[in-house]
Design a protein around this ligand. Structure first.
Ligand SMILES: C[S@@+](CC[C@H](N)C(=O)[O-])C[C@H]1O[C@@H](n2cnc3c(N)ncnc32)[C@H](O)[C@@H]1O
Length: 270
């Protein structure tokens, strides 16, 4: 009888992906899969079906159906961008700066990853999230419920979707807006193109969203409020310039690439 080790060795996909899909097909931990155990013909058929999906270009995370994100697990499907590890670093920035926000807004929430994680980290805070895409909001609502946190979701264009009562009241705005140019998207790998295009492409310049967020954030921030926006590593100077009136501070990600721009209403970043 063939073992999981045989299947990993024979698989036409990278080893770490085969291990993950075998863990899924067998409902066993990855360590057991790596050590090896015999597999039934049913399991083999399940694994083959998963490998076919992967080989057709479906992202691994859509096949698995969820990703870990900080303290929470986030369900993902083709309606939402797959949350990236660098976006998780926004949680680390918030904690490293000892921010203790009472009112939090996540613009462009997608799967709800940031909103749900921040609601888990700050259980006393009021958390709001917006997205223009009703399909994404359905996934985000599911993720809030599944992680047993309260987030108020609003459909619409950036800040326009928020209740006007939040003007001047928001202690923390986070956003991972679309930031690819049309030209960059054209060059993106096939599995990235399985994610929603409107989650990825900002426009011709790639800085359209970050500029709008910088322009509108001061109206919505509380006196000590802070805004943290994920940006393209290739356009950090433009992002820094857009955030200049907010005392822009560019922060690198774990790989050392300029990835976040921070601003504050007081022009002194926390
Ligand atoms: C890069 S994804 C980020 C998703 C999630 N925050 C994350 O980090 O994984 C950008 C999201 O912005 C949404 N979006 C695009 N244009 C928008 C707009 N004008 N207003 C609000 N959301 C928008 C997309 O639907 C998508 O869900």
């Amino acid at each position: 009888m063939r073992t999981t080790r045989d299947l990993i060795a024979e698989s036409a996909i990278p080893e770490h992906e085969a291990v993950r899909l075998l863990a899924m097909a067998t409902d066993r931990p990855m360590t057991s899969v790596r050590i090896g155990f015999p597999v039934s013909t049913d399991t083999l058929a399940r694994f083959d079906a998963l490998v076919s999906r992967r080989r057709s270009g479906e992202p691994l995370q859509y096949i698995e159906g969820s990703v870990p994100f900080g303290p929470v697990s986030i369900a993902v499907d083709e309606r939402v961008l797959i949350p990236r590890p660098e976006t998780e670093e926004i949680l680390e920035i918030v904690q490293a700066r000892c921010l203790d926000p009472e009112v939090i807004v996540d613009l462009c929430t997608g799967s709800g990853a940031l909103a749900v994680a921040l609601a888990a980290v700050f259980p006393g805070a009021s958390v709001y999230a917006t997205d223009v895409d009703p399909g994404a909001l359905a996934v985000a609502r599911h993720n809030a419920e599944a992680n047993r946190v309260a987030v108020s979701f609003f459909e619409g264009d950036l800040f326009d979707a928020l209740p006007r009562g939040l003007v001047g009241e928001i202690d923390l705005i986070v956003a991972n807006p679309p930031y690819l140019t049309v030209a960059e998207y054209a060059e993106a790998p096939a599995d990235v193109k399985r994610e929603p295009i409107h989650a990825l492409v900002s426009g011709r310049s790639g800085t359209e969203y970050v500029e709008r967020i910088a322009h509108e954030a001061p109206t919505w921030l509380s006196d000590d409020g802070v805004v943290i926006c994920e940006i393209s590593e290739f356009r950090s100077e433009a992002a820094q310039a857009a955030f200049d009136p907010l005392g822009a501070e560019t922060v690198p990600d774990g790989a050392g690439k300029p990835r976040f721009v921070l601003g504050a209403r007081t022009s002194e970043v926390a």
